[in-house]
Design a protein. Structure first.
Length: 282
């Protein structure tokens, strides 16, 4: 199997051109290639496939083999992959995902994509649609008992479910202990991605993320979008201006246009290396 390893501010995936390759068991391949000791090493696998409704389709799998609906950092790299490999030849493209068609604007430098602006669509705030178990229609700054500790959370879906909570210090958080408790909490029937956030100022946020199926990652694009939305709903940031979200792997610019009710994410996309791997041992 030929592949390209790519990363968006440290959120790395193995990308496969399924215009040319056929992957029989993507869940097994995802687990195999994601292993950082015996595989290629990544947060998962993303297949770039033909689409009848868009310029291409993104099919993503987490490192545990579970299928994901959407990945903000991943889709920026899909756009770069598609342009740099000649699948598309324009600066404004569409990518079909399990959470719908996304619209992307490409910034080209020296014939290659350097950064991508993604229309991430509208945030979902209705509890049962995220889904999160609650007696309220929306979960905004609501208490949640996580193994005996009360955390206030705001729940947002950006095509995948997120719980956002705020802290004075995210650097000292024992995320390896707390993250799985959130992910597998009974109130999240489809599991949850959890963002732990510090407000630096009204236009700057710092976050760490525990992703369902992957653990802590250096970045999460949909998570950064959910954090910007949640922080606006909680009155912690200025409205209708780009918010800088600082992640372990780098910064993303997030704008929630309240009039359009659309979230826009801008950030880099980088090719790490290309190669070929034998899948016969799977």
């Amino acid at each position: 199997m030929k592949f390209t390893k790519m990363q968006g501010i440290g959120n790395d995936y193995v990308y496969v051109n399924c215009f040319e390759e056929t992957i029989a068991d993507p869940s097994a391949v995802a687990k195999f290639v994601s292993d950082r000791h015996f595989g290629i090493g990544s947060d998962g696998l993303i297949l770039v496939k033909p689409s009848d409704v868009a310029d291409c389709e993104m099919d993503m799998y987490n490192l545990d083999g579970s299928q994901g609906a959407m990945c903000g950092n991943g889709i920026r790299c899909v756009a770069k992959f598609a342009y740099d490999h000649g699948i598309v030849h324009k600066k404004n493209i569409t990518v079909n995902t399990k959470s719908g068609i996304k619209y992307l604007d490409l910034d080209i430098k020296d014939g290659k994509v350097s950064s991508v602006k993604v229309n991430m669509g509208s945030p979902i705030l209705t509890a049962k649609m995220i889904p999160v178990v609650s007696d309220k229609e929306q979960v905004i700054n609501q208490p949640l008992d996580v193994n005996g500790t009360i955390w206030n959370i705001t729940a947002v879906s950006m095509g995948n479910p997120h719980a956002v909570t705020y802290m004075e210090d995210v650097n000292s958080l024992d995320i390896e202990k707390v993250g799985p408790m959130f992910e597998n909490h009974i109130n999240f029937p489809d599991r949850i991605n959890t963002e732990f956030v510090k407000v630096i100022d009204r236009r700057t946020l710092q976050m760490r993320v525990w992703e369902r199926g992957s653990g802590e990652t250096l970045a999460c694009g949909t998570g950064a979008c959910a954090v910007a939305v949640a922080s606006t709903l909680n009155g912690l940031v200025d409205e209708d201006v780009p918010i800088t979200v600082k992640l372990l792997g780098g910064d993303l610019q997030i704008l929630w246009n309240r009039q359009e009710n659309l979230v826009y994410m801008t950030g880099p996309a980088t090719t790490v290396f290309e190669g070929e791997i034998d899948l016969s041992s799977i």
